[in-house]
Design a protein around this ligand. Structure first.
Ligand code: BTN
Length: 244
């Protein structure tokens, strides 16, 4: 596929390492992989538990030439690419939770963290960090939400080299489509894979809790909620299902 691989036994975070490489002027695209992370980072300042040898800790560094166009909806498109890769590896029921959590059979199987350096209005770099639970043992109780792994879903261990290849191919394909056609052409595919489409959920954004019916996403990937009879859009926050 032609991307340089930077392989590590241990790093603080593959995203941090990718950001350092960009800072040193290393040319993108490249991928940083590590067997474990001592300071794995999740969204919203959370830690990403990263034991050795059991999962995939992957960061892809890319160059963006046309910021505003290419960044709109990008984090959702990455979700689609990860979903597609897991689906192609045989995971039966993979879906997305806005903005980019990847779920299998109702439990989280992968997480995505995008970080940007440079000028988002023009040329910049994005580090696309992806953590996929592969063979993590059930004994891992430090994780604060229901989770699953490829081994759970497939009933057998998986070859992480194969996962690396399938994931990279998927990312390349979706990123290319996104760059050429924009998020508009992927919006319906994203909505079709949203596990909570049409359900009532609560969104916590900052110190607010907003309850509404999930209508979908807009052309920039913002969440559309029906709140008290009118449609509102949100660019960030955390969704929870609301039981009626
Ligand atoms: C989330 O769901 O909160 C996002 C998790 C992202 C984890 C990956 S693992 C590889 C890369 N390096 C990090 O420190 N974080 C991302």
């Amino acid at each position: 596929i032609g991307w340089t691989l930077h392989l590590h036994d241990v790093v603080d975070s593959t995203n941090s390492e990718a950001l350092r490489l960009l800072g040193q002027g290393i040319e993108a695209p490249f991928v940083v992989l590590s067997e474990r992370q001592t300071g794995g980072r999740g969204r919203r300042g959370r830690a990403w538990i990263s034991p050795a040898g059991q999962n995939l800790y992957y960061s892809l560094g890319i160059t963006i030439h046309n910021g505003p166009h290419q960044l709109a909806g990008m984090s959702l498109v990455i979700g689609l690419a990860v979903r597609d890769a897991l689906h192609r590896l045989g995971v039966p029921d993979v879906g997305l939770k806005w903005p980019n959590d990847v779920y299998a059979s109702g439990r989280k199987i992968a997480g995505i963290l995008l970080e940007l350096t440079g000028d988002p209005a023009g040329e910049c770099h994005v580090v696309i960090g992806i953590g996929i639970n592969c063979n993590m043992s059930a004994a891992n109780s430090a994780i604060d939400q229901p989770w699953t792994s490829l081994r759970n879903e497939l009933g057998k261990g998986i070859d992480r080299n194969q996962l690396l290849l399938v994931l990279s191919e998927s990312l390349r394909g979706y990123l290319h489509r996104h760059e050429v056609e924009g998020f508009a052409s992927l919006r319906l595919e994203w909505e079709a894979n949203h596990i909570w489409h049409g359900l009532v959920a609560s969104l916590s954004a900052g110190d607010r809790e907003i309850v509404g019916e999930i209508l979908g996403v807009d052309a920039d990937g913002c969440l559309r909620l029906l709140v008290d009879g009118s449609e509102r859009t949100f660019s960030g926050g955390e969704l929870r299902l609301r039981l009626r």
